[in-house]
Design a protein around this ligand. Structure first.
Ligand code: ATP
Ligand code: MG
Length: 382
């Protein structure tokens, strides 16, 4: 651990090297349901013992059987780190194993550098247990093979439903449920005694089960957050263009508020129904945040740019409040962004109040206070 590597993918960020070396992941006493882990494990340790509760070690042959020899028509998708296959682990794969549908990611990065991401996934995801984080069922690190076995998420990614699926009907209430679940996942990570920063929040990493419950996947870029009187951790800038917080891209200084910015981008994508970056649009609309954020506080302008697929399923009042939440998450000033625990509270409130909403629009673009911006912030909504 402790080395940096670049991800050679045009969507990916890998920019500057900070003076401080990334610290190796340390053990984290993750509260609320997450077991204690003695320390982060390396490849040598993980070949011998999974270390984390309920995580199984599979052989390459078992995973070959589970995916019917990595059949091309079992492919669920492909990301920057490899191909993801659907599979089933049952008695025919491992004697006595209860039949379980899984998603198996075969990492395509070879050598020591590729191990870093893979190890981060095993060490972070392996120790967490939360309804809004995808479960790591097991892994394989035989010879040069590096595979991860996750719980299967039947409805695929939010990205697919929002942008790719023809005739997709991602209703307003489904979007709000997904936003709340994803916010809970991030709040859990940030709320631990040693917080974890997720660093790769985006629609393709939010997976949906058959009932559209949302869970975060992909912990390859996750990082231990600042502790004690540290204000940030210094890292090489990594993530995905369009989602990374501006101050993080500029300085490499990582805080939990960088994830809040990424959450704001996804919330905006769900509201507007457009991708964070879209070069097929007119040039001033390429970057969704730059184009849409200034319009979020103007009732009439906002209603014009909301995703037409929503066909007015929302009350205007709630839509405005959600837009203002996105506005605050996308503040240039990290301290002007709410904490994820506050975002969860706000979204929970919307859900419970929505039925009583009368749909009245506020006149004149006046803002509704969702979250009190600290006094030293100079980026309050205009
Ligand atoms: N646990 C899972 N259950 C069902 N489908 C999955 C699962 N994990 C991944 N997938 C599918 O595989 C696709 C590829 O996932 P992957 O995480 O490798 O790449 P990505 O998120 O699209 O891009 P990136 O590499 O930038 O994270 C996902 O978009 C999703 O459709
Ligand atoms: Mg992913």
């Amino acid at each position: 651990m402790g080395i940096c590597f670049s991800i050679e993918d045009e969507r990916r960020l890998s920019v500057s090297e900070s003076s401080a070396k990334p610290k190796p992941a340390e053990s984290a006493d993750h509260a609320s349901g997450a077991p204690l882990v003695p320390s982060s494990m390396n490849i040598k340790d993980l070949r011998v013992s999974a270390g984390h509760c309920n995580v199984d070690i599979f052989t390459y042959e078992e995973l070959r059987l589970a995916t019917k020899h990595f059949r091309p028509d079992f492919i669920l998708g492909e990301g920057g780190f490899g191909v993801v296959y659907k599979g089933v682990i049952d008695d025919s794969v491992r004697s006595g194993y209860k039949a379980t549908e899984v998603a198996i990611k075969e990492h395509n990065h070879e050598g020591f550098q590729g191990d870093r991401e893979w190890l981060a996934e095993v060490n972070y995801l392996g120790q967490f247990s939360h309804p809004n984080l995808v479960k790591l069922i097991g892994y394989c690190c035989e010879d040069e093979h590096r595979l991860l076995v996750y719980e299967y998420m039947a409805s695929g990614s939010l990205e697919k439903h929002l942008f790719r699926r023809v005739g997709s009907t991602l209703t307003w209430s489904k979007r709000m449920k997904i936003a709340l679940h994803a916010a809970r996942g991030l709040a859990f990570l940030h709320g631990a005694e040693r917080p974890t920063i997720y660093r790769d929040f985006k629609t393709s990493n939010i997976l949906l089960d058959g009932d559209f419950n949302a869970k975060l996947s992909d912990f390859g870029l996750a990082k231990d957050g600042p502790m004690g009187d540290q204000t940030h951790v210094s890292t090489r800038v990594m993530g995905t263009y369009g989602y990374a917080a501006p101050e993080y891209v500029m300085t490499g200084h990582l805080t939990a508020r960088s994830d809040v910015y990424g959450f704001g981008v996804v919330l905006l994508e769900m509201l507007i129904g457009r991708r964070a970056l879209d070069k097929s649009r007119p040039s001033r609309e390429h970057n969704l945040v730059e184009w849409a954020r200034p319009l979020l506080n103007h009732n009439k302008k906002l209603l014009k740019i909301l995703d037409p697929k929503l066909e007015g399923q929302y009350s205007s009042k709630t839509a405005l409040k959600v837009a203002q939440l996105a506005y605050q998450c996308l503040s240039q000033n990290p301290k002007g962004r709410p904490l994820m625990s506050q975002v969860v509270e706000i979204l929970e409130n919307f859900q419970s109040k929505e039925e009583n909403d009368d749909g009245i629009i506020h006149n004149g673009g006046s803002s509704i206070t969702l979250y009190e911006v600290p006094k030293d912030s100079n980026d309050s909504p205009s």
